[in-house]
Design a protein around this ligand. Structure first.
Ligand code: NAD
Ligand code: FES
Length: 302
């Protein structure tokens, strides 16, 4: 057995979101907020990009939060403590652009809350006042609440009102932006959520950083799978991001690209569940990057 990246703890955070604490001493030492890793469970497995939700240089571990949405992510979360992940490449991507003082609003939608956590941690360490607004479909989908409460004030929202405030995170964000001066907003979650946040902050001219989750393959800027349009320019989320100025992001294009891959992934998953899984061996969807798309799980940065 390969003990290179031993899983030291596993926690179920919500019905399809799992936390794995994994040995990766070098990454734990040097990672910064906003960075991610690319994980390969074993020989021949797909590469899955995952944000580093936390890390501890003293124990040499990093925290990965995985939304089980496809074959590969399901296989990853099936691993148990004492089992190992073969490859973890990183840290990758640019660290978060942090402010040094003032008040920051950190907005996390669903599993995106795990991506917001290291940003809030880093801001808190710099003495920035952190207000977090986090949301889930219902109570059981709310994650990282306790961790964020250690860093500042937290408002929890649920779509069905089963916990905290009834409604989307954007409802609470609108009130927070009206109630006090916010110097910067960090928003991570579903694309419609990030777009809605940007639409709130643009008229107020509040700087807004979003973390994008296009399909990633190599994580090195070579495959083109993660290309996004920002300020009218093509950028690669893996090497130019994953965080960008939300006011400059073309969210329509991002949605289109994610939808293309998601349809393909759903077909692959259905085929997988029906019979012997052949994910990675099918045809490339129209418009997708040849050679890369079939191997991709829509795992986003989570
Ligand atoms: P979800 O669909 O359950 O939504 C989570 C919360 O986001 C909701 O409770 C709500 O408060 C808010 N929200 C959703 N749609 C909204 C809208 N139209 N307007 C305003 N607010 C809205 O989220 P989930 O299932 O945990 O996450 C699913 C998506 O998030 C996936 O598509 C995944 O790829 C993406 N994601 C993105 C990142 C990233 O780095 N950007 C990271 C993780 C996940
Ligand atoms: Fe970014 Fe390939 S994952 S270019």
């Amino acid at each position: 057995m390969n003990f290179m990246h031993r899983i030291v703890a596993k926690t179920q955070l919500s019905p399809n979101v799992t936390r794995l604490d994994v040995e990766a001493p070098r990454i734990a030492e040097i990672r910064q907020a906003g960075q991610f890793v690319i994980v390969r469970r074993g020989e021949g497995a797909e590469r899955i990009p995952l944000t580093i939700a936390d890390g501890d240089p003293a124990t040499g571990t990093i925290t990965l939060v995985i939304q089980a949405v496809g074959k590969s992510t399901r296989e990853l979360v099936a691993l148990e403590p004492e089992e190992a992940i073969m490859d973890i490449a990183g840290p990758l991507g640019h660290p978060t652009m942090l402010i040094d003082a003032g008040r920051a609003l950190c907005i996390g939608g669903g599993v995106g809350t795990a991506v917001v956590h290291p940003i809030a941690q880093a801001l808190h360490r710099r003495g920035v006042s952190v207000l977090s607004i986090i949301g889930g479909r219902s109570r059981e989908w709310v994650i990282f609440e306790e961790e964020l409460r250690r860093l500042g004030e937290v408002t929890v929202c649920t779509d069905d009102g089963s916990y905290g405030r009834h409604g989307f995170v954007t409802d609470a964000a609108k009130d927070a932006l009206a109630a006090s001066k916010i110097d910067v907003v960090y928003a991570v979650g579903p694309v419609p959520m990030m777009r809605a946040v940007v639409n709130l902050t643009r008229p107020l001219s509040v700087r807004t950083i979003v973390s994008l989750n296009p399909v990633m393959v190599d994580g090195t800027g070579m495959c083109g799978g993660c290309r996004v349009a920002v300020g009218g320019e093509t950028k690669f989320a893996c090497v130019d991001g994953p965080e960008f100025d939300g006011h400059l992001v073309d969210f329509d294009l991002l949605m289109d690209r994610l939808t293309t891959y998601r349809e393909f992934e759903q077909q692959a998953l259905a085929a997988c569940e029906e019979a012997e899984c052949r994910v990675g061996l099918g045809p490339t969807p129209a418009g997708a990057h040849p050679g890369s798309a079939p191997r991709v799980t829509i795992a986003s940065l989570q």
